[in-house]
Design a protein around this ligand. Sequence first.
Ligand SMILES: C[S@@+](CC[C@H](N)C(=O)[O-])C[C@H]1O[C@@H](n2cnc3c(N)ncnc32)[C@H](O)[C@@H]1O
Length: 277
Amino acid sequence: MFPETLPEIADSDLEQFFQIMLTQYGYDFRGYAPASLKRRLGTVLKRYGLADMRTLNQRLLTQPDYCERFINEITVSTTELFRDPSAWIALKTQALPLFLSMPQLRIWHAGASTGEEVLSMAILLTEMGLYDRAQLIATDIDKRSLNQAQKATYPLRNRALYEQNLKTVFPLSSLDKYAREEEGQLVFRQELLRNVLYLQHNLVSEGVFGLFEIVLCRNVLIYFTPELQDRVVMKLVDSLVPGGVLMIGTKESLFWCSAAKRLVAINESERLYRRRQ
Ligand SMILES: C[S@@+](CC[C@H](N)C(=O)[O-])C[C@H]1O[C@@H](n2cnc3c(N)ncnc32)[C@H](O)[C@@H]1O
């Protein structure tokens, strides 16, 4: 098998793309890691049969309706229920026990994608008897993913993996408690979403909007340059109450982030940190 060949993207066309997205729509892609951004742009060109980046830029410039769909195409929405189960075991055994006596538990999922991560948290809280005192906020730049998140409906082919991940974290539980099959889809109980608020929010260009005991921003920083990671992590840490908990993705690092000195590791290999008091 040969690797897929994608159209070349010149730096000048990329520059024009940045300007259009920023000035027309307020999306700032300048801090996204260039190699993976170019790859994803190339995939979009190919999928839509567009000759080159100039054609895409022209379309973005002249067809505002196209932008929402484009954001959905350009962002990577890969996610799953209890993705990286060992991270969820760390949340269950090392993070949530810190807040057992708190009357409220505010949790922000930054870059929540199609909602499986916030559903995992809702299940975790339910299993630990903490759901009723929790308020969960799920944000993403991509409106289409958030719409899907609110439906909490996924392809049935995901079922076996989701069941397996759930059982790794809660061996005695079962997906049947939380989801049912309906018209060939896996539909989660809307009750799990009763304390969840879904909001479109751009981590790059928008500020901090609340204080949280727990912030999850997993598998999002990986798409940003080190400079942008530094800025975004500062916002995440500013959003934590003293003693609050931050989790990033297991393939991500705080290496470039000046805000790292405001955190102590609870579990370094699972990228679980606590804001200093
Ligand atoms: C790979 S998914 C991660 C989903 C989930 N956190 C997980 O780990 O399974 C990355 C998500 O980050 C979102 N994203 C990318 N840039 C963003 C930005 N500037 N602000 C907010 N979300 C962003 C994408 O739309 C996508 O839904």
